[in-house]
Design a binder for this molecule. Structure first.
Ligand code: NAP
Length: 481
């Protein structure tokens, strides 16, 4: 049985070492481990320009904000933005700044927002669809690339996912290889890119498929669901396969680029800075917990002791910013897992209980639910869902129709069931995702940087965090719905 995680520094360094692969951590020294002169993170970025893909996304917006706020002498931040829904990149850039995470910066140093420049482009277009003049600017000026753009929708078709994630990454690598001042190329992967292993280390794994074979498959059967499922084999979905292939591609095609792979697990709302609880992403755990709290789901596939590897989004962006500055001292691709399961595990059951408890204070739903049921039996999950959710929600909709109102319960309930099935692998499998290199990097920081770029997964207090999580989802995602 898993230990219940307590509200203190949940696992100490000795315990971490015991879990790890032999890396030796000192106990809480404030002195940097390296004998070289210590360079602060903000000094590394001073005068440098960075290029970010995916900056309109959940992680990407926080990359922009954290770099501007914490690295105040950064020169320029170029962000790749495609035109979307009739809005040009310039307009989309201004919309990014409307998000509450930028409020602090607007109050203190509003002029710094001018450091951000939109570069029009689309990672599915030839040469990223970037104009020649912009391309030259990037080649001449950029020192760090954060490649975060991807489609994260598990339900997208195989060919679409490979086109955006795999071919898009290939094009970003090609562009970055030409950058004259490049210090670091960072690829944001996922901790589940090697989900066929139950213990995941911070290392590259052999590619699950030959990239050329995948390209041929895309051409021939890219939208044929049955063939795709056969082709996936042990991989839970095309998204995860695409991320694994990207890791391999980076290793193979990077040339002389100092390259880093950051693998976050299930990314959740901000824990600390700049705005506790902020999120704009409905993926995986956020949607599941919210569905439970709103009375739309009561049962999913899984067991009480299955660990869910949650990580706050500010931990991911902070670790990534650190890794780019401190991490690439070797010619190998360095992998950093930013995950909680190996050092500070919490189960789906425990996390959902904590979320539910807090959600009751935030008026999620009148339909009070005691807890989420996890069962491996399809008969149990389906019948519990039908009896205690589908039937009452059907009648709730009928009541709305009788009163001349628009029904919504069944639509949302059906979505919740779809999500339950999409995240089957996540809720039924306990992965242990090691993060020794990440911890060692954190340990090497001075006290100022440790505080400024908090990202130690050992220090997450789940009782506190799940309160912030439930509050944030209600405030930033559900209000106005
Ligand atoms: N969220 C998680 O739980 C999680 C966990 C592990 C790893 N990751 C990884 O973290 C990265 C960021 O994820 P996220 O949660 O921030 O995703 P997100 O919110 O969906 O953002 C995706 C970003 O990619 C951009 N993008 C997609 N297709 C594009 C295209 N054709 N051209 C240019 N840009 C394109 C999107 O731009 P538009 O606004 O134009 O669509 C958006 O900025 C991804 O690589 C993901 O695999 C995420």
């Amino acid at each position: 049985m898993l230990r219940v995680v307590r509200c203190v520094v949940c696992v100490n360094r000795k315990a971490v070492t015991a879990l790890g692969n032999g890396a030796n951590f000192s106990t809480g020294s404030a002195v940097p481990v390296s004998k070289e002169k210590y360079t602060r993170i903000e000094d590394f970025y001073a005068g440098k320009s960075v290029f970010i893909t995916g900056a309109t996304g959940f992680l990407g917006k926080l990359f922009v904000e954290r770099l501007l706020y914490n690295c105040k002498d950064i020169d320029k931040i170029y962000i790749l933005i495609r035109p979307k829904k009739g809005q040009d990149p310039g307009k989309r850039l201004q919309k990014i700044f409307d998000v509450p995470i930028f409020d602090k910066l607007k109050e203190t140093r509003p002029e710094d927002l001018r450091k951000v420049t939109a570069i029009e482009g689309d990672i599915t277009s030839p040469e990223l669809g970037i104009k020649d003049a912009d391309r030259q600017k990037l080649i001449d000026q950029v020192s760090v690339v954060f490649h975060s753009a991807a489609t994260v929708r598990f339900a997208d078709t195989f060919d679409m996912i490979m086109n955006v994630n795999l071919e898009g990454t290939r094009k970003v690598i090609e562009l970055s290889k030409n950058m004259k001042k490049l210090d670091s190329f960072i690829y944001i992967s996922t901790a589940f890119s090697n989900a066929n292993n139950l213990v995941i280390e911070e290392k590259l794994y052999p590619p699950p498929r030959d990239v050329e074979e995948v390209r041929r498959f895309v051409k021939e059967h890219g939208t044929d669901e049955k063939k795709v499922n056969e082709f996936l084999g042990k991989f839970p979905n095309p998204y995860v396969l695409s991320k694994a292939l990207c890791e391999f591609l980076l290793d193979q095609d990077r040339g002389h680029m100092p390259s880093i792979i950051v693998r976050p697990s299930v990314v959740c709302p901000i824990l600390h800075e700049p705005v506790k609880g902020w999120t704009d992403s409905w993926v995986a755990a956020t949607a599941l917990f919210s569905n439970v709290a709103r009375g739309l789901t009561n049962a999913v596939y899984g067991r009480e002791d299955v660990v869910c590897d949650l990580i706050p989004v500010d931990y991911v962006t902070n670790l990534t910013i650190l890794a780019a500055a401190k991490g690439n001292k070797t010619k190998d691709v360095l992998v950093y897992n930013i995950c909680s399961s190996a050092v500070n595990p919490i189960t789906w059951q425990h996390a959902s209980n904590l979320f539910l408890e807090e959600s009751r204070k935030h008026d999620y739903s009148k339909r009070k639910q005691k807890q989420l049921l996890l069962s491996m039996s399809p008969a149990v999950v389906k019948s519990m869902t039908f009896i205690f959710k589908t039937i009452p929600l059907f009648f709730a909709d009928a009541g709305l129709v009788i009163r001349g109102k628009k029904p919504w319960h069944m639509k949302e309930h059906n979505r919740a069931k779809h999500l339950r099935d999409l995240i089957y692998a996540l809720t039924t499998t306990s992965w242990t995702i090691k993060c020794n290199r990440t911890l060692k990097l954190i340990e090497s920081l001075d006290d100022h940087d440790k505080k400024q770029f908090q990202c130690d997964p050992c220090k997450i207090c789940w009782n506190e965090y799940m309160k912030i999580f439930a509050y944030g989802v209600k405030k930033y995602l559900l209000n106005g719905k």
